[in-house]
Design a binder for this molecule. Structure first.
Ligand code: NCD
Ligand code: ZN
Length: 335
């Protein structure tokens, strides 16, 4: 049977939430990943040193015996230099949300006034804290990411020493932007390597495929596959696994977010194998992230097998992507 061993898999964009949800989902990520960048969009968001320290403790206590490093983040505000210096040792990145762009993003950036952002962004560059960005404008839903490219350019040009991560990219516009500026990087989710808008609303409406940014056109999917399968060195895996309780997904007014954490590595093996690119998966799922972020995760070895695996219909009260369906790779062992 065909197998694939991955060393220190990393999820560079993960929502773990808090409370009971955290207890449900954190062990699932901790099982198959060495570490993850933990999103700060709690309610209220993570904005103080105390918030970060306390949230990290709650994450660690939700993780069982397995080793798992939560790389913590702050929710972007125009923070002062002295505040950033005081918090730098506790965080790996800062996450910028445009105000109201997605789930729990209220209080994000309302206008990209470079002069108002300068102290924060220059200090982040000095302290080598990357800026992770949810890149969507307030425009028509299919154009939101493409319209945001001008903001990425503005940030990349004004802060050339700041590492800027274009999070969960979904368009060929973002793929083209990646190589225009040395300081731009990107994460890609597994669902955006599988879905187009047709899979969300082309037939029956599929709440468990609905997320922000929404899956786009076939040509966008092809552009994402082209850089992911080659493990372009500026691109990393970030699941954007975003759990919501079943009643918030399967309802009128469905929350945005796809829950993929427990099946992400299996699906990545399936995709990379299908295109004959399994040899590049290690770079996409770990090595590139280690280089970009300068992190050294502790040893973990995950071996997957090319055999059928039936995705559970739920994990607690969360329904995963492809619930009840059979996928073609399974986790065999974790050491
Ligand atoms: C995320 C969430 O639920 O927190 N939702 C989503 O659709 N991806 C927020 C985000 O990353 O946009
Ligand atoms: Zn997210």
């Amino acid at each position: 049977m065909k197998t694939k061993t991955l060393l220190m898999p990393l999820d560079m964009h993960l929502h773990l939430r808090d409370g009971v949800m955290l207890e449900t989902v954190a062990p699932l990520s901790a099982y198959s990943f060495s570490g993850a960048i933990i999103m700060p969009n709690l309610v209220p968001p993570v904005t103080t040193l105390d918030d970060v320290v306390e949230y990290k403790k709650r994450v660690m206590s939700a993780v069982p015996n397995d080793y798992f490093e939560p790389y913590m983040t702050l929710f972007y505000k125009n923070y002062s230099k002295s505040f950033l210096e005081s918090v730098a040792d506790e965080i790996t990145a800062i996450k910028l949300y445009p105000d109201g762009a997605t789930t729990n993003s209220d209080g994000g950036v309302a206008s990209f006034d470079i002069e108002k952002m300068r102290e924060t962004l220059e200090t982040m560059a000095e302290l080598e804290i990357p800026l992770c960005v949810h890149g969507e404008s307030a425009g028509f839903v299919m154009d939101r990411e493409a319209e945001f490219m001008s903001v990425y350019e503005l940030l990349a040009k004004n802060f050339p020493k700041l590492k800027i991560i274009m999070e969960h990219i979904t368009t060929k516009d973002a793929v083209e932007m990646l190589d225009k500026y040395d300081n731009l990087y990107a994460t890609i989710t597994v669902h955006h390597l599988l879905l187009t808008l047709d899979d969300v609303i082309g037939g029956m409406m599929m709440p468990h495929h609905f997320c922000k940014p929404i899956a786009k056109r076939p040509e966008d999917l092809d552009a994402l596959l082209s850089i992911a399968l080659e493990a372009h060195p500026k691109v990393m895996f970030g699941s954007d696994s975003a759990p919501h309780p079943q009643h918030k997904k399967e309802t009128c007014g469905c929350a945005a977010g796809v829950f993929t954490a427990p099946i992400a590595l299996q699906l990545l093996c399936e995709i990379f194998d299908q295109y004959g690119k399994l040899d590049n998966l290690q770079a996409f799922v770990s090595d590139n992230a280690q280089n970009i972020y300068g992190i050294c995760p502790e040893f973990k070895e995950v071996t997957l097998e090319n055999r059928p695996f039936e995705v559970p219909t739920s994990y607690g009260n969360v329904v995963p992507m492809y619930a009840g369906e059979t996928i073609n790779w399974a986790i065999e062992s974790v050491e």
